[in-house]
Design a protein around this ligand. Structure first.
Ligand code: NAI
Length: 725
């Protein structure tokens, strides 16, 4: 019998066995090789000593109950090693099945988060009690990494909750529930207030159920809500593909489809066969490119970015206590809310007390909504609002240790507002601007302490968007960069760090996506197909509707300014075919976008978006100008990816993880790609395949698709885009 190294066996005199998950080599328990061997050993022993055992409690000595599959292993799976993964997974499933059918009561005492593999272990127990601790989450988030729960999670949730609830509540969205919500939705059976109560409740179940069995092992068990064999259920089946389409927008996400198939197919066969079906789909997803992209981005890159791989070392962490927000418009109001929510006192300044108060009202509305939805208490909401002081008087900014400016996008105005307050705030206050395009180095010229000046680019709506782009100006010091980083983490957002340049990373790259879509309209392509192409790529917003949201006059103004700057410096403006379309829309047809009531779309009285403007077809669309759908999609994706490589070449971007996370969290680059540079890594044929396709696009659609030297060199050297840290 092999020994168990990661599962500790504790047995009391009454024959109650407590299996304690406690991997000695890791901070969290995962489904690694050591766990697999330990589970086999423990299962053998349980069977061998069955007669002396009264019941089993499964719990953990770590902060989380069990973390799930080891992503370091999963990201390395290839079609060649897939069989190994299949066999290993099946072994774990069979051992869990042996424990589940031992004839003894088995209870999961969830002392902390039980997500993915953790919840799957709990599902193999007859009873699930969770400690109601803050931050303790329960569910199957595998879908968000392009995977499915391959440890029996599909098979058991379907048998526990029924196909529809298993899919909609657990599997397809990957919802992470608090213990109380997990209880309400039937994922667990009980909650406990303290660790002592948790174990007491687990023991009580064992005492009361000496011969416990899973519902699906009792005679006559039927899957709740029925299976496709039942005509009543079958009538509802067509709704699932529609749900899938809604979730993925037709974009290439293989996991939801595989989950649906594993659930439905597995519901029509016996438990063992269903486990094999689940294993097959799991391995197919794990060996595929999408799960690798998503694991790389949403796990490894995100961790690198949030843990401060880019934060200057050796600068003591600092917390902001009182922040001045200048400008209480859309962005300032949102920034004030996010800071107050994180416990920071906010002085919100605008030109008049009324304008400042209006900015604070925005927080009032968000708080009221959060209270009405049960997401916060009235008390907490009141405390949040009490932290925001609206004002028009610069003197009220005394003592602020950070400033975030969000007035109109105008260099002279920004200089003026900083001059007004620089001597009033704390003498070492961090000075930040939320400009979305203006170079930080030039803005810094408006303040005395240029080393303390930095860009802090938030995204709209601030309360929902997780990203902040930190922009280092030429004279920004390391201390300011570290403090800006700490401030972003303090308000629980994700910081990426870039060097100064017009439009930085995010605004510049999203501009290419929009320009490409607009250019296609100018070429005579049907505007509805352009929108469809963007949606089916997996972009959250269609391209022309996004242009309308941002307003067409904005890129026009920025372009004219940038062009002047480039030409004054003796350069040539590269130009883009989208420019002529935007100029005609604004100057000839008077359609500036949503804020002006008309744009590429029509808008109702209430501002709601209507249909595409029929004039587009009349003035732009030409028969015979259609191009392959794949070209339309790749023109958008490539335009962003190629410019990101140029940004690396220019030194504006210095980290691959920042590029990937920034593109996913800031500007809606499709999630299945794993981010804008991972998209290149994972492209069919790798970097050489990407270069060849870029050249093809350049030939057909223009020089802007010519692959930059850095990309070509990396492709030739057989490299990919990664951070060598
Ligand atoms: P907004 O027009 O909604 O708000 C600007 C506010 O600044 C107004 O309330 C105005 O009264 C106030 N203001 C003007 N002069 C002032 C002064 N001397 N002192 C104090 N307040 C003054 O503009 P929005 O959209 O909030 O943008 C603000 C900044 O944020 C701009 O630099 C913009 O480029 C940037 N930004 C905007 C994003 C967006 O999606 N709208 C995204 C990221 C950055």
């Amino acid at each position: 019998m092999t020994e168990s190294t990661t599962i500790r066996w504790e047995q009391d005199r009454t024959g109650l066995v407590t299996l304690v998950l406690d991997d000695p080599d890791q901070s969290a328990n995962t489904m690694n090789a050591a766990f697999r061997a330990s589970l086999a050993a423990v299962t053998d022993r349980l069977e061998a000593e069955k007669d002396t055992i009264r019941g089993i409690i499964l719990t953990s000595a770590k902060k989380t109950f069990f973390a799930g599959g080891d992503l370091r292993d999963l990201i390395r799976v290839t079609p060649e090693t897939a069989q190994e993964l299949f066999d290993g997974g099946l072994e774990i499933k069979r051992n869990l099945r042996r424990i589940e059918t031992l004839g003894k009561p088995v209870v999961a005492a969830l002392n902390g988060a039980a997500l993915g593999g953790g919840y799957e272990l709990a599902l193999a127990c007859h009873h699930r009690v969770a400690l109601d601790a803050p931050g303790s989450k329960i569910g199957c988030p595998e879908v968000t990494l392009g995977l499915l729960p391959g440890g029996g999670g599909v098979v058991r949730t379907v048998r526990l909750l029924g196909i529809a609830d298993a899919l909609l509540k657990v599997l397809l969205q990957g919802t992470q529930y608090s213990p109380r919500k997990a209880l309400e939705n039937g994922l667990i059976d009980d909650v406990a207030a303290t660790p002592e109560e948790l174990l007491a409740k687990a023991r009580a179940f064992v005492d009361a159920n000496p011969e416990s069995r899973q519902p699906w092992d009792r005679p006559g068990h039927r899957i709740p809500g029925g299976t496709p064999a039942n005509p009543k259920f079958a009538a509802n089946l067509p709704a699932f593909p529609a749900t899938l389409r809604k979730q993925t927008g037709g974009a290439p996400y293989p996991a939801p489809r595989a989950i649906l198939a594993a659930a439905v197919e597995g519901s029509q066969v016996d438990f063992e066969t269903a486990q094999v079906i689940e294993a097959r789909y799991f391995v197919e997803l794990a060996a595929g490119q999408t799960s690798k992209n998503m694991i790389q981005a949403f796990f490894f890159d995100l961790q690198a970015v949030n843990s401060g791989a880019n934060r200057p070392k050796g600068v003591e962490p600092r917390q902001v206590r009182r922040v001045a927000v200048l400008g209480a418009g859309m962005m300032g109001a949102g920034i004030a809310y996010s800071c107050a929510r994180a416990g920071i006192d906010v002085v919100l300044k605008d030109v008049s007390p009324e304008a400042a108060a209006k900015g604070k009202d925005y927080s009032g509305k968000l708080c009221a909504k959060a209270v009405s939805r049960g997401r916060t208490t009235q008390e907490k909401a009141d405390a949040l609002l009490a932290r925001i002081t609206p004002t028009a008087d610069p003197a009220d900014l005394a003592g602020c240790d950070a400033v975030i400016e969000a007035v109109f996008e105008d260099t002279a105005l920004k200089h003026k507002v900083f001059q007004e307050i620089e001597q009033v705030v704390a003498p070492d206050a961090l000075l930040c601007s939320n400009t979305s395009t203006l170079p930080i180095t030039a803005l810094a010229e408006g303040v005395e302490r240029q080393e303390d000046f930095i860009g802090l680019h938030f995204f709209s709506p601030v309360d929902k968007m997780p990203l902040v782009e930190i922009i280092k100006g030429e004279r920004t010091g390391d201390e300011a960069l570290a403090r800006a980083f700490d401030l972003v983490r303090q308000i629980r957002k994700t910081p990426i760090v870039v060097n100064d340049s017009r439009g930085f990373f995010t605004s510049r790259v999203i501009g290419h996506f929009i320009n490409e879509g607009v250019a296609m309209v100018g070429e005579g392509i049907e505007p509805a197909s352009v929108e469809q192409a963007a949606a089916q790529c997996g972009y959250p917003a269609k391209v022309l509707s996004l242009m309308d949201e941002l307003t067409l006059t904005l890129p026009q103004k920025i372009r004219r300014e940038s062009r002047r700057a480039v030409e004054e410096a003796g350069g040539t403006w590269p130009g883009h075919p989208a420019e002529a379309v935007i100029d005609r829309m604004v100057d000839e047809f008077g359609r500036p976008g949503r804020s002006g009531g008309v744009g590429f779309y029509e808008y109702g009285e209430d501002g709601g978006r209507g249909a595409l403007w029929p004039g587009l077809r009349e003035h732009f669309t030409r028969a015979g100008s259609e191009i392959p759908f794949e070209d339309m999609q790749e023109r958008m994706l490539f335009s962003e990816a190629l410019d990101t490589v140029r940004l690396l070449e220019e030194g504006v971007l210095t980290s691959v993880a920042d590029a990937n996370i920034g593109s996913l969290f800031g500007i809606g680059f499709p999630g299945w790609t794993g981010g804008v540079l991972q998209y290149i890594n994972g492209y069919d044929g790798g970097l050489p395949g990407f270069v060849a396709r870029a050249r093809e696009l350049a030939e057909r659609y223009g020089d802007r698709f010519t692959p930059p030297a850095l990309l070509v060199a990396k492709a030739e050297r057989g490299e990919t885009f990664t951070d060598a840290r």
